[in-house]
Structure formats: structure tokens, C-alpha cells
Design a protein around this ligand. Structure first.
Ligand SMILES: CC(C)(COP(=O)(O)OP(=O)(O)OC[C@H]1O[C@@H](n2cnc3c(N)ncnc32)[C@H](O)[C@@H]1OP(=O)(O)O)[C@@H](O)C(=O)NCCC(=O)NCCS
Ligand SMILES: CC(=O)OP(=O)(O)O
Length: 328
């Protein structure tokens, strides 16, 4: 992964991708943004109250002279009117000018509009805001990329040379079979971006019919749909599998001897947001894996969420990934 981040840094270096950080008052955000700017990796914009931003900078001795700072509440009136008109146009019939005005006072909506209107190439937020408040503006304004019908959130879990994808651990609360299938395909693509040749396990509490339940039927159906939706990945996706059958070679052979994936999976698709979010945090906090993400899959422009438990290094890495996504 170290080499991978070096590669990503080389890719974005000097490209001047503008990344907006709505939580510009936060010390972790400022620390990461100053490093990224000083290393020539991105052009950061910090959003927030100017006095509060300066107070943090003074307290932590950050020099913000290489960064842009915007206070949405003091934004140029004409420029704000243009953002408002653009938001209302994008949300035709769903959001009026009065609501748009309120939304634009919120740093996440303001930052999302900078991305939507091309004033920024990507956004990184979520260090102090819960995921819903961070990503809702992107779902409403930036929307899905062509070919995607939903947005989902993947984590890259890494420790030493080991690297895995866990999805969906962030966004979709109720996952039906077709959602789980689409998330599996999105996650296989994400795995490739991170140099992982995907072996995708569709996770359950059952392996190949060992338990009977509508919850198991959902994962069986999702596996079938994923193979139909991406025939080129058919041999690299399998389910339903328990985590041990997916991950441990000897258990894979015992429980699913016919499977190409069992025992060797590296991309894990959880059957619900409960299992995905709890599962990644257990691997992170008990297993000692670094959790990078959530990386949003299926959005038309890059917006990245952070866990509120993120540290400065996490912000730095997620911003690098976001700028790299903005290149493609
Ligand atoms: C993401 C989340 C906030 C969206 O919920 P919401 O705001 O109630 O969503 P709504 O159903 O009102 O939809 C709002 C808009 O987003 C769109 N949307 C919602 N979920 C979407 C998805 N997964 N993919 C694409 N678009 C989506 C809707 O189509 C709607 O668009 P519209 O306003 O143009 O019609 C919600 O699913 C959520 O809270 N997820 C869990 C987040 C979380 O706490 N994760 C754990 C920590 S990481
Ligand atoms: C991804 C995630 O779980 O975010 P948070 O910890 O902020 O809820």
C-alpha cells in the first residue's frame, strides 16, 4: 500500500486538483491540508468561519498561506446567487430558492456545490459530520455516474502486505439482492484500482445452503445477479459464504470445496449495513487493520466521507485518493 500511495501521489503531483474541505476549522483537516499543499499534491480550499479557522491555525501553528479559505456566510453575493440558481436548476421541482439559500449556509452543501459547478474537483468531509449529513448533498446534487444506479461505500482494510475491500460499510441501509449485486461489481472495480485482483465473497451466516432463511436466499440471489450483470467476473464472485469459509483456505475447502473464491476472498460484500459497518470497525479496532475510506463508489464526481474517528493521516490519504479519482 505504501507503494500504491506513492504511485497515487506521483499521479496527482503538479496536477493542481482543487479539493474542498468543508470542515476547515478542524485541526486534523488543517494539518492534512497544509501537508498536501506544501507537497504540491492538491490545492485545498478550507470552508468555515474565518475566525475559527485562524484560531485553530494559531493553536496548532499551521501556516495557511498556501491554502484558500472561504467563509460561506461571507461569500460574494453575486457568486452565491449563481450557486443558488444552479442548485435550484439541478433539483428542478424538488428544491426551491428559499431552501437552496438555507442549504448553501451549510458547509457540506456549499462544498458540494463548488464541486458540482466545477470550482473544485473533489470534496473531503465527515471528520466532524456524520455520514448522512456529509453524503446527502452529493446524492441530491452530484448524483450517480452513468451506468450506476446507486452509491455505496467501500473500505480498504490493510495491514502489512495484506489488503482487502469491505463493502457496503457506509451508505445503503436496506440492501436487497439487486443492490448487493451492484455493490459487489462496484467493489470489484474498486479492488482493481487498489491493485487487488478481486475475489469477491458474498457474505452470509450460511455457506452453500448450510442454513435456510430468506436472508440466505437474498445472498444466493445477489450472487446470481452479480454474475449475470458482470459475466467477465463470474468466476471471481461466489456466495453465499460465511466469513471463515471465504477467508480461511482450510475452512473454504471443507465448507465450499467447489468454489473458486472460498478460502481466497479479498473483497467482502456484506449483506447489510449493520454487518458491514460493525465488521470493518472490528477489523480496525480489534484486528489492527488500517481502514481507508469509506471510498464512495458510483458517484459522478469524487466526494469522500471520513469516519469521525479519522486522524490527520486518514484525512491525508483520503484526500490523495479523492484527487486521484478526479483525474479519471
Ligand atoms: C445515505 C443516506 C443519508 C441517504 O438517506 P436520506 O437522506 O434519507 O435519503 P433519501 O431517501 O431522502 O434520498 C435523498 C436523495 O438521495 C438519493 N439517494 C439516497 N440513497 C442513495 C444511494 N445509495 N445511491 C444513490 N442515490 C441515493 C435519493 O434518490 C434522493 O434523491 P432525490 O432527492 O434527488 O430524490 C442514508 O441512507 C443513511 O443515513 N445511510 C447510512 C449512513 C451511515 O450513517 N452510515 C454509517 C457510518 S459510515
Ligand atoms: C464510516 C463511519 O462509520 O463513519 P462514522 O464513524 O463517522 O460514523
Amino acid at each position: 500500500m505504501v507503494e500504491l500511495f506513492e504511485q497515487l501521489k506521483q499521479k496527482i503531483s503538479g496536477q493542481n486538483k482543487v479539493i474542498v474541505f468543508p470542515e476547515g476549522e478542524d485541526a486534523r483537516i488543517q494539518g492534512a491540508a497544509v501537508r498536501l499543499a506544501n507537497e504540491g499534491l492538491i490545492k485545498p480550499i478550507l470552508l468555515g468561519n474565518e475566525n475559527a479557522i485562524n484560531a485553530t491555525a494559531i493553536k496548532y501553528h499551521y501556516d495557511l498561506s498556501n491554502l484558500s479559505v472561504i467563509d460561506p456566510l461571507k461569500y460574494d453575493v453575486n457568486a452565491l446567487a449563481k450557486l443558488n440558481a444552479s442548485l435550484v436548476e439541478r433539483r428542478k421541482g424538488k428544491t426551491d430558492a428559499e431552501t437552496a439559500e438555507k442549504w448553501l449556509q451549510d458547509v457540506n452543501y456549499f462544498g458540494t456545490m463548488l464541486v458540482y459547478t466545477g470550482k473544485a474537483d473533489g470534496m473531503v468531509s465527515g471528520a466532524t459530520h456524520p455520514t448522512g449529513d456529509t453524503v446527502r448533498p452529493a446524492l441530491q446534487i452530484i448524483k450517480t455516474a452513468p451506468g450506476s444506479s446507486r452509491i455505496s461505500g467501500a473500505f480498504i482494510m490493510q495491514k502489512g502486505d495484506e489488503r482487502y475491500v469491505f463493502s457496503d460499510a457506509a451508505i445503503n441501509i436496506n440492501v436487497d439482492a439487486s443492490a448487493m449485486a451492484e455493490i459487489a461489481i462496484q467493489s470489484a472495480q474498486t479492488a482493481k484500482v487498489f491493485d487487488i485482483e478481486p475475489k469477491v465473497a458474498m457474505l452470509s451466516f450460511s455457506t452453500k445452503g448450510s442454513a435456510k432463511s430468506p436472508l440466505v436466499d437474498k445472498v444466493v440471489e445477489a450472487t446470481k445477479l452479480a454474475k449475470e450483470m458482470a459475466p467477465e467476473l463470474a468466476n471471481q464472485i461466489d456466495g453465499e459464504l460465511q466469513f471463515d469459509a471465504a477467508f480461511v483456505a482450510s475452512v473454504g475447502i471443507a465448507k465450499a470445496p467447489e468454489s473458486n473464491v472460498a478460502g481466497h476472498a479479498n473483497t467482502f460484500i456484506f449483506p447489510s449495513l449493520e454487518s458491514g459497518n460493525i465488521g470493518y470497525k472490528i477489523a480496525q479496532r480489534l484486528g489492527g487493520y488500517e481502514a481507508i475510506g469509506p471510498i464512495l463508489q458510483g458517484l459522478a464526481k469524487p466526494v469522500s466521507d471520513l469516519s469521525r474517528g479519522a486522524n490527520e493521516e486518514d484525512v491525508y490519504k483520503v484526500a490523495i485518493i479523492t484527487a486521484a479519482q478526479a483525474l479519471s
